[in-house]
Design a protein. Structure first.
Length: 508
């Protein structure tokens, strides 16, 4: 999850003219133009389709393009509009704002992102989440290993369910002096923050900004594959916590083994950690309870329980299953935002302005989704999507399902670096990767898991993310020293991810 204001605050100050990686919006605008130009060179083609729209392997054939240059120019001009509410014509398959047929654009996901942004902003405005995490850290201040594990587990839970990442930047002022007072170094605070939240996002179970967007683009339920992702989250979170705790104990025993060393005054910082954090009020407890209930209900509403419990993907849904998707979830979070505001006694003016501000803060990732979907519209209308799919069909042909899942993970690593937005990356990649899963006989949910693992793994260390660069800057440890600290864990996580996605592909 990203907040524009947080991202801006996390950037280091400018010192002359230096190259800065372009924003996700700029990257996607360039990708849109590039794909539009490539569509003139790539021959159009098509697969025969099943009743549910999946391509049939081995049925690809070339087709004639019916688009004039004016039509193509119009597609480029309307790409953002079509990306939001373009409609796909039932007969021709073309997408446009004035067509008749099924919605092709990302309006449902777009509104969902704004709704959850409004909800999260209202929750943060109550101060309950900040106070709750601060109280947890303070109560465990005399039990170092338990403190590290508790903070990382809290961050990981928030990361896996709602994409909590940049928000960790607000906790360095509390965690750094507390870790120093316990005899650790600044790197422990960095590891607890970046890796705690990061491993949760890497193993997102229902994170709407990763799993949600990718599942929508892959035409599957948000709950598909949740069992694999949950087990993966348990294992990788435990490994990551153990890694940071092991390092912390090593530094505590022998300060000379610190990767980052100590700054003047670091060894005397005990007063800041001893300061009492105000207790949770009844309001804070009520808001935290509502937060937990809302996300628990979201998980309940999207999970295909009959399939998850029986292992049969075609099992008849139980009577209590809701089968909710993005329209219902958007409504859920809008209602939840209002409910939290009423409980917090915000009043009409404050609640309205907070909801509007929250939606505004999340307009950037929503626009990214819209632009990325616009690229797929250009590919669809020029009929090159199936040609691109056919060009890599040979990679899947003859490979085992486990190897296919690992290849999906590896292919997405460079894409995660080039496209810094998880939402944009998912919207662009899934229309190609999801049908490949059909060819390989693998569940599309495994592709979603492999994709988000690649995105999450890269975001643990790449210097283009505000979480990493902002975190090391706030803790004053140096990016090079952070890389020295984290690379052994990255190698372990890399191997575990490959094992999990391969196992998931084999089991499905």
């Amino acid at each position: 999850m990203s907040s524009p204001s947080t991202t801006e605050e996390a950037q280091p100050p400018d010192s002359g003219r230096k190259f800065t990686f372009p924003s996700a919006l700029t990257v996607l605008a360039l990708v849109t133009v590039a794909v539009w130009l490539l569509a003139f060179l790539i021959p159009p083609g098509a697969y025969e389709r099943t009743e549910d729209g999946a391509p049939k392997q081995g049925t690809y054939h070339r087709v004639e393009s019916t688009q004039s240059f004016t039509d193509r120019l119009n597609d480029l001009f309307l790409a953002p509009v079509n990306g939001l509410y373009g409609v796909q014509d039932e007969k021709t398959g073309q997408v446009g704002p004035d067509m008749t047929g099924a919605l092709y654009g990302s309006a449902g996901v777009f509104l969902f992102v704004l709704a959850i942004g409004a909800f999260i902003t209202v929750v943060f405005a109550t101060g309950a989440l900040d106070r709750g995490i601060a109280r947890l850290a303070h109560r465990l201040r005399d039990r170092g290993a338990l403190l590290i594990a508790g903070v990382m587990l809290a961050f990981s839970v928030l990361g896996t369910v709602e994409g909590f990442a940049e928000e960790t930047l607000g906790f360095y002022g509390l965690l750094v002096p507390m870790m120093l007072a316990l005899g650790y170094d600044r790197m422990v605070a960095v590891g607890a923050s970046i890796l705690g939240a990061g491993v949760g996002v890497l193993c997102s179970t229902v994170n709407p900004f990763a799993t949600g967007v990718a599942s929508s683009a892959a035409d599957i339920s948000l709950g598909d594959g949740i069992v694999l992702r949950f087990v993966m989250w348990l294992v990788l979170t435990a490994v990551t916590i153990a890694y940071v705790v092991r390092y912390a104990k090593r530094v505590q025993r022998d300060p000379d083994r610190s990767v980052c060393g100590f700054l003047p005054g670091d060894r005397e910082q005990s007063a800041a950690a001893a300061e009492e954090v105000p207790a949770l009020t009844g309001l804070h407890k009520a808001v935290l309870a509502l937060l937990g209930l809302v996300f628990a209900f979201m998980i309940f509403s999207v999970v295909p329980w009959s399939s998850a419990l029986t292992g049969d993907a075609d099992a008849e849904p139980y009577g209590f299953e809701l089968g909710w998707s993005f329209p219902q979830l958007a409504a859920l979070f809008l209602c939840a935002a209002v409910l939290v505001g009423i409980v917090a006694r915000f009043g009409e003016q404050k609640l309205s302005s907070t909801i509007a501000r929250g939606a505004g803060d999340f307009i950037s990732p929503a626009l990214v989704i819209m632009l990325a979907r616009g690229v797929t519209v250009i590919m669809n209308n020029s009929r090159i999507t199936d040609t691109v799919l056919h060009s890599i069909e040979g990679v899947v042909k003859g490979t085992s399902s486990g190897l296919f899942a690992v290849i999906v993970f590896l292919v997405n690593l460079p894409l995660a670096f080039l496209i810094p937005s998880t939402s944009g990356h998912a919207t662009l990649a899934m229309p190609i990767l999801a049908p490949l899963a059909d060819f390989a006989g693998v569940s599309r949910a495994v592709v979603v898991t492999a994709w988000q693992a690649a995105s999450g793994w890269m975001n643990l260390w790449v210097p283009t993310t505000a979480v990493t660069i902002g975190g090391v800057a706030l803790a004053k440890v140096g990016y090079d020293k952070y890389l020295r600290f984290v690379w052994p864990l990255l190698a372990v996580l890399f191997a575990l991810i490959c094992g999990f996605v391969a196992l998931g592909a084999v089991l499905t």
